[in-house]
Design a protein around this ligand. Structure first.
Ligand code: CP3
Length: 345
């Protein structure tokens, strides 16, 4: 049997493809009526994540509609704290919530049977690899230690992660222990996703942008570098995308320091700087999700700028962050068509 080299994998290995492959962060989500329907049938959001029948279905929905080059496993970064018994819940209109952790709580975290708890997610990965079209790559993912820790410490989302920043200054030892624990279980979890059939994995550091220079090094770079080195020591063929949202100029050395194969870029990264970063390897991004909501020329100009400035190097076309519930599914169709060169450029 000849091995299929899916487009996203070719780009992760350094090839330039024209048109570039495309997928969107949060491509399975509330902007799709079929997602809302399955979501309602599943019960709670975590039930949706832990029921392979439902999780497979919602992962496939955007692939059926748009034929993206990659499917991303439907789950959430907060299944790790959930497996740590932090009483994670997703209540309508409140975002995620869990029991906030303190110094004593950190010293009591149990990680021994954590991967067993996540078996339903790994079952979803296995089923997806069988059900996806052979040309569609399957991406696994997890949250980066810093981003997951911000939710664990505050107990909910916050606009600037002040609780976690403060905790890190006050209790540096406990905080480093938490990051190390998260890095090690998250690396095991990604290895398990790769073994279950994920072609590549993405590490989401959605809150990297609130860190100062020294803290970025200690809390974003170091734990992600530890994860990647642990994964690659065990699975040398693993391909890893690291997305440090809001990191700006600090992205300059991020690939070299973490050894990520590709780096994800949010829409605030100037395309000229993105092109510099692309000289060292593949980049992914970085359309403002609001352009997908706006549609029309805002959408077209955003797409064309990215293709013009990054299209001549290894690029995975994506948004700069997740698609939002108010996006019009028809605009997503126009986006895919334009990137694939069937638009009105
Ligand atoms: O990209 C995909 O399609 C795969 C699924 C996916 C979800 N969450 C599904 C989800 C992925 C990759 C994530 C990652 C995630 N989760 C991140 C990192 C990326 C990012 O967006 O910054 C973070 C920070 C979370 C934590 C989280 N989960 C928040 C803050 C929320 C609430 C905000 C919201 O949009 O409601 C969630 C819930 C969540 N995760 C939803 C989805 C589709 C919406 C829940 C619902 O359907 O009611």
């Amino acid at each position: 049997m000849t091995e299929i080299r899916r487009k996203i994998i070719r780009v992760l290995d350094g090839e330039t493809l024209s048109p570039p492959p495309i997928w969107l962060m949060r491509q399975a989500g509330r902007y799709l009526p079929e997602y809302r329907e399955t979501r309602a049938r599943a019960g709670s959001f975590l039930d949706l994540c832990y029921t392979p029948d439902h999780a497979v279905e919602v992962t496939l929905q955007p692939i059926r509609r748009y034929g993206f080059d990659a499917a991303i496993l439907f789950s959430d970064i907060l299944v790790i704290p959930d497996a740590m018994k932090r009483n994670v819940r997703f209540t309508e209109g409140h975002g995620p919530q869990m029991d906030p952790i303190d110094e004593a709580g950190i010293s009591r975290i149990e990680t021994e049977h954590l991967i067993d708890y996540l078996m339903p997610v790994l079952e979803t990965v296995r089923r997806l690899r069988n059900e996806l079209p052979s040309e569609t790559a399957l991406l696994g993912f997890c949250g980066a230690p810093w981003t997951v820790a911000t939710y664990m410490i505050a107990g909910h989302g916050t606009p600037d992660q002040a609780p976690a920043r403060l905790f890190a200054y006050r209790y540096p030892k406990a905080f480093e222990r938490l990051l190390l624990l998260l890095a090690d279980v998250s690396a095991d979890y990604l290895v398990a996703q790769i073994d279950a059939g994920a072609d590549a994995v993405q590490i989401f550091d959605s809150w990297a942008g609130v860190l100062g220079e020294r803290e970025f090094e200690a809390y974003a770079v170091k734990p992600v570098a530890r994860m990647i080195s642990s994964i690659k020591a065990r699975r040398p063929e693993a391909r890893i995308i690291a997305f440090a949202k809001g990191a700006g100029y600090l992205l300059k050395q991020y690939r070299q320091k973490t050894k990520a194969d590709a780096i994800g870029l949010d829409w605030s990264v100037p395309l000229e700087f993105a092109a510099e970063l692309q000289k060292d390897g593949p980049v992914q991004g970085n359309l403002d999700p609001m352009r997908v909501v706006a549609g029309g020329v805002a959408l077209e100009d955003g797409i064309d700028d990215i293709l013009q400035q990054l299209g001549n190097g290894p690029l995975i076309f994506n948004l700069g962050h997740g698609i939002t519930p108010q996006a019009d599914p028809e605009n997503v169709r126009l986006l895919v068509e334009r990137v694939r060169g069937r638009g009105t450029v």
